[in-house]
Design a protein. Sequence first.
Length: 314
Amino acid sequence: MLSAARFLIVSLAFGFLIQSALAQEPSKTDAKPDYSKEAFIIEQTSTRIAFENDGSGSRESSARIRIQSDAGVQRYGLLTFSYQNLTESVDINYVRVQKPDGSMVPTPAENTQDMAAEITREAPFYSDLREKHVAVKGLSVGDVLEFQAHWHGTKPLAPGQFWYAYNFSHDGIILREQLQISVPRDRPVKWKSPDAKPAITEEGARRVFTWTSSQLEHKSSEQEKTETETKLYQAARGRFPPADVQISTFQSWEEVGRVESRTGAVALASRWLLGCFRIVRLNPVWLDSVSCSRSSNRTGRFPASGSRKRHTPP
């Protein structure tokens, strides 16, 4: 009887020790992903847009990017901020590099050049598109790049109306991407974002839509190939997927007609409406505004507000 009791006690104690050890061992699902081999990691990117009833608006774009290889330095060593000279201006609030020891290296204003956009050489129709090129000072592997720019609308394309379209980035690892659009609270707007529902809040006289996204893993090469082939096939037939987020004050085609009669801006409004509701993409005039050296991932109400050609601030 005594031996049996001792055996039971020892068995229980051994089982308890095993259970405790297993409980303390982190599960594989809780393990943090290994991004050490990535050329860069976009730790945070934010786009904040505010529209007014008269059709004017402003946009602020900021990002924080960790550079982990020479390829990352090459990609983000030159930033390009695009804008449409006739309807907006852009101010670069800061471009700076945080070193591993915590010190900051700001990029001086003389590192910025304002020039005609590359597209104007082949398409004179876009002759008012301009770019501010910023050569980032002191960027090296192991650094964190931070930048922020602000676009100010100086002349609404269609007075009394506004619209915007945005695509979340799927380029590289992005820990957090946020889009915030603020509109007058009492202004009726139409919006669509089938795959990402916004948080909608009211702040005084404003209604604020906030979308949050992330890209924590790469697509397989086979998946990327299939998606690219599908997009090329659809593009050859004039069909493109709608943007991830779309918002507009236009309530009907009749309103678009009234805009045409007043301002002649129906072509621009129609492009946006078609992109939203007829699966036809926006014209290249809808470039997003910051680039690095890749493809565009955003389109917007401010023509020249949002592309990624060199590095567009994400």
